[in-house]
Design a protein around this ligand. Structure first.
Ligand code: MD3
Ligand code: FE
Length: 241
């Protein structure tokens, strides 16, 4: 059957997706050089594990909260960080803009998941100079989108490392807008992200503008343990020590 690559792109142990009539296996796509979308990569079990882990991090030592921007604006997403705390616009070990506590330790299993994500997106070579084995993400930003939450177009530039960013989505579907490295505006590509999707941003895509203009409410499968909303986990290398 043309276009079907036996299990190469899905990490899901739960079989192919179904749209009612035919199995629907969405393909791995390179949206731009270094920007690879792998639909349905997370198994249902892995999604449940991640939801539980995020619940734990959201309780503390630094609670999940809405980030306040230097101009006084408040981000609509709720965020908690692991490994390093991000505040606009720097990383630190302690959450000085929240409660001053040291953030939760970045677990080994999460770094392993990051390396597996690079293999899924780029193959065993990992797409970079150091290869997959050298990928050592040390921070995770967990973003929770309640009804109406969005993320404006921005670039992530606080990391000193040019290593790829791994993005994992759970819960409601959304429109992810992937732009260019020069401007907030066009040209951009809109991609729908669903629960279980992996997106990896490396190489020339690492410093591109991107955002989440819309989340579709009540489109999630409650089987992930998330009754409503959208969870996004990004793994990064800060390049700090
Ligand atoms: C491309 N999060 O946390 S994930 C963010 O869905 C962020 O919550 C969005 O943008 C979310 O900074 C989008 C995709 C993403 C994340 C980081 C990137 C794409 C990226 C960094 C560089 C290039
Ligand atoms: Fe971002």
């Amino acid at each position: 059957m043309p276009g079907r690559r036996a299990g190469a792109v899905t990490g899901g142990a739960d079989g192919p997706f179904h749209d009612g009539l035919f199995p629907l296996r969405r393909e791995r796509t390179e949206v731009a050089p270094g920007a690879v979308h792998v639909p349905g990569w997370l198994s249902a079990r892995r999604q449940r594990q991640l939801v539980e882990a995020c619940r734990g991090w959201a309780r503390g030592p630094v609670p999940m909260r809405q980030t306040v921007l230097p101009g006084g604006g408040v981000m609509s997403v709720h965020t908690v960080c692991v490994g390093w705390h991000w505040q606009p616009y720097r990383y630190s070990r302690t959450a000085d803009d929240v409660n001053g506590a040291r953030v939760a330790e970045f677990p080994d299993w999460l770094a392993e998941l990051g390396r597996a994500a690079l293999v899924a997106a780029y193959g065993d070579e990992g797409g970079g100079e150091v290869g997959v084995g050298g990928y050592a993400p040390d921070t995770a930003l967990v973003n929770f989108y309640e009804r109406g939450a969005r993320m404006g177009m921005h670039r992530d530039r606080e990391e000193r490392s040019g290593a790829p960013v791994v993005s994992l989505s759970i819960g409601d579907r959304c429109v992810f807008r992937f732009g260019n490295t020069e401007t907030r505006g066009r040209p951009y590509t809109d991609v729908e992200l669903a629960s279980g999707d992996l997106f990896v941003f490396g190489g020339p895509s690492r410093f591109a503008y991107h955002g989440v203009p819309k989340v579709y409410p009540d489109t999630a499968d409650p089987g992930t343990g998330l009754a409503s909303g959208r969870l996004n986990i990004t793994l990064r290398e800060t390049g700090l020590s």
